[in-house]
Design a protein around this ligand. Structure first.
Ligand SMILES: *Cc1c(COP(=O)(O)O)cnc(C)c1O
Length: 238
């Protein structure tokens, strides 16, 4: 057995465990498993893992750093994958992200829209966009997750919806650190409903990671972003 065979077995085993968790959480919430899209977050892991995942039926992958994402997407250009950019975005990199990303989940300020729109135009594509919502109890605090404050999300969503080359798809969020994720995900569901009032087609709710996917699915997540439960623990994040 080669190293790649061993790695494929590990990924296959982890994937089936994650798929079972998604199905169980969906069943509990009275939702079917095919209502939830699994995006595997491959940050810190090599393009060879992305290739193995594609072979195991994964269609959606997520990355959070521009340079790493760009290199990996290029190395995997022959694969039928939907690339989700889920990380903090600088406005001077926004156009370049449109070179490989199909979905940008982390749009949290209007300043990014011009670059994303220009990039979409240059690469002759329409970018799916999610507005990232900050679910921290105090979004003004010094140490906080990124994301737009909930009360600013509908306006930002409206601007995405009217920007050429961008298609508003919904919202994304990360649960606050060290707190019960359930109330945060319920708050996200309320914000998601406000965004659907802006654009009824914007029905995606991307929430839930390895540690909290059940709570996210209970609150209505349509997309979960799973890294370590599939790929193993990451080397300490830079
Ligand atoms: C890394 C990351 C994930 C995946 O986290 P895990 O806990 O490894 O599943 C999901 N969403 C975002 C925004 C991330 O940066």
């Amino acid at each position: 057995m080669t190293d790649q065979d061993g790695r494929r077995e590990t990924l296959a085993r982890n994937l089936s465990a994650v798929r079972e968790r998604i199905a169980a959480a969906g069943a509990q919430a009275g939702r079917s498993a095919d209502e939830v899209t699994l995006t595997v977050v491959t940050k810190f892991f090599p393009a060879s893992d992305v290739r193995l995942l594609a072979g195991l039926g994964i269609a959606h992958v997520g990355e959070n750093r521009h340079q790493e994402a760009q290199a990996k997407a290029e190395a995997c250009a022959d694969l039928e994958l939907t690339w989700h950019f889920i990380g903090g975005l600088q406005s001077n990199k926004a156009a370049a992200v449109a070179g490989y990303a199909d979905v940008v989940e982390s749009v949290d300020r209007a300043k990014l829209l011009r670059g994303l729109s220009r990039g979409a135009h240059e690469h002759d594509r329409v970018l799916d966009v999610l507005v990232q919502v900050n679910l921290d109890p105090d979004p003004g605090a010094a140490i906080t997750r990124s994301g737009a404050a909930p009360d600013q999300v509908p306006e930002l969503a409206g601007r995405v919806a009217t920007t050429e080359g961008l298609r508003l798809r919904g919202v994304m969020a990360v649960a606050p650190l060290g707190a019960d994720p359930a109330p945060a995900f319920d708050r996200l569901a309320e914000v998601a409903a406000e965004v659907r009032a802006v654009d009824p087609g914007a029905s995606w709710v991307s929430a839930g990671m390895s540690g909290d996917l059940e709570a996210a699915i209970r609150s209505g997540a349509t997309h979960v972003r799973i890294g370590s439960a599939v790929l193993g623990s990451r080397p300490s994040e830079r």
